[in-house]
Design a protein around this ligand. Structure first.
Ligand SMILES: C[S@@+](CC[C@H](N)C(=O)[O-])C[C@H]1O[C@@H](n2cnc3c(N)ncnc32)[C@H](O)[C@@H]1O
Length: 325
């Protein structure tokens, strides 16, 4: 750290960049535990289940990605399209979002459904091609607006692929924080940041020895009622979880720093907690306390344990970490 000259106040650190979207399985509340395993040195950062990017934005905010390539992947075409538009045309997104905020202030619920059904879904449909959606700033602004004002910030599509989340009930939703949106844009615009619409398997060929790879798949449900897999029409079931385990093992053997989060469902325990191949590759399973956020019933949002599975050494202390289960 460079000391400020006498009499010259030190510049305030830039405000941290939070995720732009609310996202099922977002990892903000798990960050104190995740930070315990972030390595001091790594040439590149890879995150193949990007979602709202809580870990990427945390690493970025703490200056740990400066100059380091980051490869971010997700299979959700809306998410990748929206972040791409925010990265490339933040001012146009902000202008459109401000218009949406004004409309919302007049008649919140009616405005929500007019935007969702009359503008967002038809525009999205028109721009869908071959698994991708060519997001414009207007479409990105609508997704951010629906995400901030819709029920629980969910992203869900019906069988026809139409976004169908009902309106939420927020007294004063924060729809447009222009400065924050510019910071998100700048974080993604770095020359070393690559964001792509690709399945997680690609990480197997992309990752090299020394890379830090954070894997946060859709969780194995801990019970039938806790089931949530509505990010995309593609299922993430036992076959995908088993494939992910094999990739995590392959990356650990290759010399990558691997950190994976998942629920403590018995299927996850079988794949990692004492699994001979995983143990031989140096992967250990830690149970950490967490709070489940996506559940329609408030009673389903209590404290739970989650797994952090890693071959990385644990730091002695990390401020804010609340211990293990
Ligand atoms: C638990 S969320 C990640 C949350 C993220 N860590 C955050 O903080 O917001 C899982 C993500 O995996 C994505 N996903 C689901 N199946 C995938 C696949 N086959 N390949 C890549 N991403 C996938 C979903 O779209 C979702 O964004």
């Amino acid at each position: 750290m460079i000391a400020a000259s006498p009499g010259v106040p030190a510049a305030a650190p830039p405000p941290p960049v939070r995720p732009l979207l609310k996202w099922a399985g977002g990892k903000r509340q798990l960050l104190p535990h995740i930070r315990r395993f972030v390595p001091d040195h790594f040439p590149r950062y890879l995150e193949p289940f990007f979602g709202s990017g809580a870990v990427f934005f945390d690493l970025h905010s703490r200056g740990l990605l400066a100059g380091r390539p980051a490869i971010l992947l997700d299979i959700n075409a809306d998410l990748v399209g929206c972040y791409g538009a925010v990265r490339d045309e933040p001012e146009a997104v902000i202008a459109a979002l401000r218009r949406l905020a004004r409309g919302h202030a007049q008649a919140p619920e009616a405005h929500y459904y007019r935007v969702r059904d009359g503008r967002f879904n038809p525009a999205r449909e028109k721009r869908r091609h071959d698994g991708t959606i060519a997001y414009t700033p207007a479409l990105a602004a609508m997704l951010i607006y629906l995400n901030r004002t819709g029920f629980n910030g969910l992203f869900r599509v019906n069988r026809q692929g139409r976004f169908n989340v009902p309106a939420g009930r927020y007294a004063r939703p924060a729809i447009c924080d222009a400065d924050h949106l510019r910071r998100v844009s700048a974080a993604l615009r770095g020359p070393h940041v690559r964001l792509a619409l690709t399945s997680f398997d690609a990480v197997e060929t992309l990752a090299q020895a020394g890379d830090f790879v954070y894997l946060d798949p859709p969780y194995v449900p801990v019970s039938r009622t806790a089931h949530f897999t509505a990010y995309t029409p593609c299922p993430f079931g036992p076959a995908e979880q088993a494939r992910l385990q094999q990739i995590a093992i392959a990356l650990a053997r290759r010399g990558c720093g691997v950190l994976l989060s998942n629920s403590t469902a018995p299927d996850v325990a079988r794949l990692y907690d004492g699994h001979p191949e995983a143990v031989a590759a140096g992967l250990r399973a830690y149970r950490v306390p967490a709070r489940r956020a996506i559940n329609a019933r408030a009673t389903g949002r209590g404290p739970v344990a989650e797994y952090l599975i890693t071959n990385l050494p644990e730091r002695e202390t990390e401020p804010g970490a609340a211990g293990r289960c």
